[in-house]
Ligand binder design. Structure first.
Ligand SMILES: [Zn+2]
Length: 240
């Protein structure tokens, strides 16, 4: 009876270990990590491109200001030209030349402004798409996180329950058997006991033991060990 309990205890422990392993290896956790890193990269690019847009906008505004100044200046020169205040041919020619040069400058600036407006529009469009993409990624991340939290909670609950069950079995064992288990567990890689099947094969390593050994193991549970894996035999019949 003691060995049956011990065996149950061992199986509970193995189940608990598996639960803890699955908890540590939840697929969502790895994916969350990867997705987060990708998201941060995208966000960096977004911030970078937004700064680029701001630079374009300030250059655009500067050119527009320059253009307005040129236009204002040309207007003044024009007014002067037709005011009748300038009469010498030389002055008139000079004024005309200035006006022409100002018009040329205005046209150049206008071209620059148009180019930059186009750049600005393109950047804005690209940023808009990036922003939508980021929002989409963020939502997907949150959904996965939620899923992960649910799974985590489920496994955590299962672990807590398994721990309770395991402890209940442990408490049914006499101290000397608890000690027996602990001592043997240390060098038998967490599994001191194995089932000896009716056909005399070891439940752990499947080695078939001689008839005499099998008979002896059945008479004395927990004393005969598998010659290959070293685990103590507990007859299948005992478990029923
Ligand atoms: Zn074995």
């Amino acid at each position: 009876m003691t060995f049956v309990l011990l065996y149950h205890y061992q199986q509970q422990e193995i189940a608990l270990q598996k639960l803890e392993e699955s908890f540590a290896n939840l697929p969502q956790q790895k994916k969350l990590k990867r997705d987060k890193a990708a998201f941060v990269e995208k966000q960096k690019k977004f911030v970078h491109d937004k700064t680029e847009l701001q630079k374009i906008v300030s250059r655009l505004e500067k050119s527009e200001r320059e253009k307005a100044i040129c236009e204002e200046e040309a207007k003044k020169q024009n007014e002067l030209l037709y005011s009748g205040l300038v009469s010498s041919q030389r002055e008139i020619a000079s004024l005309n030349q200035q006006i022409e040069s100002l018009q040329e400058k205005t046209e150049n600036l206008q071209e620059k402004v148009l180019q930059m407006m186009e750049q600005k529009e393109e950047k804005e469009k690209a940023l808009h798409i990036m922003q939508q993409d980021l929002q989409h990624d963020y939502n997907a991340f949150q959904a996965l996180k939620k899923e992960y939290e649910v799974q985590k909670k489920e496994i955590n609950d299962a672990i807590a329950q398994k721990k309770e069950e395991t402890e209940a079995v442990w408490n049914q064992l006499e101290e000397k058997w608890q000690q027996w288990y602990v001592n043997n567990k240390n060098y038998l890689r967490d599994m001191p006991l194995t089932i000896l099947y009716k056909n005399n094969s070891c439940g752990h390593c499947h080695t078939v033991v001689p008839l005499m050994t099998g008979r002896h193991a059945r008479k004395n549970p927990g004393t005969v060990r598998c010659e290959k894996c070293g685990r103590y035999f507990l007859a299948e019949e005992e478990m029923q």
